[in-house]
Design a binder for this molecule. Structure first.
Ligand code: AMP
Ligand code: ZN
Ligand code: FE
Ligand code: FE
Length: 287
């Protein structure tokens, strides 16, 4: 079995349409793939409808949230799997995050335009078919010739954290997020917890508190973790009895990692499925 539990489609900031993503997953030899777009389940229907024989879809989402550490707010991503997407409390928080993301993207465009940089909201909204994120603003900046690459836009000179055109986004705190996922029957995995190259990370104390609040796993094998980060995280997971996952965080050609670049063991996958009650994995046609 080849299991990849973290991918993005055009329903958020991925470049591949959800149905097409299922075809690519099968071609890459995956047997299980989770669709985990940022703060939305909008791609699930199209992915399920396009499932090729032999591929199982785990419906999920990657939730943006924050935790307060020593009076400072640190952004985190929590992967939610197999929750009931119609459960109103969690659905309404996902919708709130998306609305604030759109407002904040407009503010970043306004800051750029006011400084004389030719980026428009029309351009950004055309690039974003679902949840709007900084990658869409960055792509518009590349189109406008302001920066050579999407990555370059994420620098401190542009829309990187605390950059002149960066605007923070509203997001729920991690305690509310974990509780919403659980109440909707889902299971949660902390995405890329020690990825220091992405920005400020939390320490083991926060992961221990998250475990007490219902966290089931941590994503250990992730392209943004180096070998030391993986080793420390694996040790902590063993101490806290958390499952450890491995996933590509596939976004399409905007990031180097292909589907299945990292993978999760069947035993871990079974444990996640057993812990969830809000939805079941969806299997492609047989025979
Ligand atoms: P947002 O959630 O809108 O603030 O955007 C953050 C997203 O941008 C992350 O989830 C990453 O997928 C993407 N991202 C962050 N840093 C970079 C980078 N240096 N290059 C390309 N994409 C990035
Ligand atoms: Zn993303
Ligand atoms: Fe993430
Ligand atoms: Fe992701």
């Amino acid at each position: 079995m080849s299991i990849d539990l973290h991918t993005h489609s055009t329903a958020s900031d991925g470049l591949v349409e959800p149905g097409e993503l299922m075809g690519l997953a099968a071609e890459a030899g995956l047997t299980v793939v989770a669709l985990t777009d940022h703060d939305t389940t909008a791609g699930h229907g199209r992915a399920a409808a396009a499932l090729p024989p032999g591929l199982t879809l785990v419906p999920g989402a990657e939730i943006s949230c924050y935790v307060e550490v020593d009076g400072r707010s640190v952004s985190l991503h929590v992967l939610a799997y197999l929750f009931d997407a119609t459960e109103p409390a969690f659905a309404s928080v996902r919708a709130q995050i998306r609305e604030h993301r759109a407002t904040r993207a407009r503010q970043m465009v306004r800051l750029l335009a006011d400084a004389g940089h030719p980026v428009t909201w029309e351009q950004v909204s055309e690039l974003a078919a679902g949840t709007v994120g900084r990658p869409h603003v960055a792509a518009a900046m590349v189109e406008a010739g302001l920066v050579p690459t999407v990555s370059a836009a994420f620098s401190r000179e542009w829309i990187g954290a605390s950059g002149p055109y960066w605007v923070g986004k509203w997001q729920p705190d991690v305690w509310q997020t974990l509780s919403l996922i659980r109440a909707a029957g889902g299971v949660s995995v902390f995405a890329h917890p020690y990825a220091s190259r992405r920005g400020v990370t939390v320490g083991p104390d926060v992961i221990e508190r998250m475990t007490a609040a219902g966290l089931t796993g941590v994503e250990v094998d992730h392209p943004d973790h180096d070998s030391d980060e993986r080793r420390r995280l694996r040790g902590l997971a063993a101490d806290l009895d958390l499952v450890t996952t491995g996933s590509s965080d596939f976004h399409g050609s905007s990031k180097p990692q292909g589907l299945g670049a990292e993978s999760t063991s069947p035993a871990t996958y079974e444990r996640l499925v057993a812990a969830a009650s809000g939805a079941r994995p969806i299997t492609g046609p047989t025979g």
